[in-house]
Design a binder for this molecule. Structure first.
Ligand code: I3S
Length: 127
């Protein structure tokens, strides 16, 4: 039997902690500032929260500790060496020109995330 999630709570495909740095907003470069973020992948979007408690709060706008990223038309790639001195960093660039770096020192974990997000992007229409 099909499970139909309510619109505001699409089915979560993956969630967990990663290191996150937003490096551009609408094409405009930002000062890099790494922080631990609780990341939720569902359907066509990625959401960043401070921690799972913030995710559980009722979805009333504005949500100061949440940021939602539309994966439609987004790109994902392993970051070049000049993007960070950290290991295992990948970059997501959204259609709107937002750029995020995501990182974990745990190899299997960052690989899982890379492939899960790449699969989600590849499933979506390009615009
Ligand atoms: O690419 P950058 O600017 O060298 O990134 C580093 C800086 O953001 C640094 O903070 P300051 O803004 O105080 O310089 C961070 O502490 C570093 O982690 C950043 O580099 P990595 O290589 O870790 O991404």
């Amino acid at each position: 039997k099909d499970v139909i999630p309510p619109l505001e709570h699409p089915m979560v495909e993956k969630e967990g902690y990663l290191q996150k740095a937003k490096i551009a907003d609408g094409g405009k470069k930002l000062r890099k500032n790494w922080s631990t973020s609780w990341i939720v992948l569902s359907g066509r979007k990625l959401e960043f929260y401070k921690d799972p408690k913030q995710q559980a709060l009722p979805n009333v706008k504005p949500r100061p500790n949440a940021e939602s990223v539309d994966l439609c038309g987004a790109h994902i790639e392993w970051a070049a060496k000049d993007k960070s001195s950290k290991k295992s960093v990948f970059q997501i660039t959204t259609a709107s020109g937002n750029e995020f770096l995501l990182q974990s020192d745990i190899d299997f974990l960052i690989l899982d995330w890379f492939h899960a997000i790449k699969n989600a992007i590849d499933r979506l229409p390009k615009n």
